[in-house]
Write a protein of this length. Structure first.
Length: 364
């Protein structure tokens, strides 16, 4: 690790103090010009990213990986999406696995431009148009398919199949999040014995719907506004495959201009990626959340209809929302968070989200 200097600045708690000499060394390693400035990035849960400007352009430096596999996995995912879809991801996605500059490996990638999909200045018609664009973009994301359901393996630097198949993996994953929350909650009981029995019932009820064959595709596993950028562009400038939006926006339409943070992806059932954004719409937009979630999901399902009818779609939706809420419940009940002090159980938290399935399906 390079020595610190008097001009070092703290950009986040996770990254600590970083100095101009370190940024320059990273830029030089990839021939990206002379360092001009760096700036912290607002938002995000973990503080891994910094904006860096050089004489050659604007970049994002992403450092201090959570796990040894994080950055190689992200690099592979970005390369596959860039090569095989029309989704706007950073390219090139440059990885330095050595710790000699910062004390940890880092990534450098071009900075993507756009607006946060839930920015306060946006009107409801704009947010509805954006919700449609997010649904269409999710469908395009899933043009990246794989021969089998599986996850990233560091040793082989590729995707390896889930032992036992997708249905077994997702059931085990739900149980893992549930049981971790039960063991480590800030306030007991985060998961009751009744919650355990209830989740087992939901898992069992979904098994026939999970058994229906599907084409495994890219599942971001964190498709949410914090990992997306959008922009309003002239209709003639749309990328191929982008759908139009309501005429209220005149000669312009919204499209996704950036997708990032690929740490959690796997290859599986694309329907699962609806859940996080639907829940966020319902949480963040108390008055219009249902309309926004419906616009998002309907646009997605228009491009990727349920493969085997609505009843099986509802069963899978319920299971996938259970899993998504188990992830959030576990994180929110960690001692440093304690997000849900007034909720008596996991079921009381998750079941209202799961019951939204019929709001977001197309009509037969």
């Amino acid at each position: 690790m390079m020595g610190s200097n008097s001009n070092a600045q703290v950009y986040s708690r996770r990254l600590g103090a970083l100095g101009p000499e370190q940024f320059q060394a990273a830029l030089t390693r990839f021939s990206l010009g002379d360092f001009v400035e760096a700036a912290p990035i607002a938002g995000g849960l973990f503080g891994q990213n910094v904006f860096v400007t050089s004489t050659q352009g604007e970049y994002v430096l992403r450092g201090s990986p959570h796990y040894p596999w994080q950055f190689p996995k992200e690099q592979l995912g970005a390369a596959l999406l860039h090569a095989r879809t029309q989704v706007p991801v950073a390219h090139p996605y440059l990885l330095d696995p050595t710790p000699d500059i910062f004390g940890w490996p880092y990534l450098l990638m071009p900075r993507l431009q756009g607006t946060h999909p839930l920015a306060e200045h946006l009107s409801l018609p704009e947010k509805l148009a954006i919700a449609q664009a997010l649904g269409q973009n999710l469908a395009r994301l899933q043009a990246l398919t794989w021969p089998y359901a599986g996850g990233y393996d560091l040793a082989s630097h590729t995707i390896q199949p889930f032992p036992g198949g997708f249905a077994q993996w997702i059931a085990a994953d739900i149980r893992s999040w549930r049981d971790t929350a039960r063991a480590g909650a800030a306030a007991a009981p985060a998961v009751t014995a009744e919650d355990v029995a209830w989740t087992e019932h939901v898992i069992a009820a979904a098994q026939p719907a999970l058994a229906v064959d599907f084409q495994p595709c890219f599942v971001m596993n964190d498709y949410n506004p914090g990992n997306l950028l959008v922009a309003q562009v002239p209709e003639m400038a749309q990328v191929p495959g982008t759908f139009g939006v309501p005429d209220t926006l005149g000669a312009h339409t919204w499209q996704v201009t950036g997708l990032f943070d690929l740490m959690e992806y796997y290859f599986g059932d694309g329907e699962a990626d609806l859940m996080r954004l639907i829940a966020i719409y319902l949480d963040k937009e108390p008055q219009d959340g249902a309309r926004l979630a419906q616009a998002f999901a309907t646009a997605y399902l228009a491009a990727r209809p349920p493969r085997d009818g609505l009843q099986n779609f509802y069963a899978r939706y319920t299971l996938y929302m259970l899993r998504d809420r188990a992830i959030v419940w576990e994180y929110g009940n960690r001692p440093e968070n304690n997000w849900f002090p007034t909720l008596p159980s996991f079921r009381a938290y998750a079941e209202p989200y799961m019951a939204t399935c019929r709001l977001f399906a197309p009509t037969d």
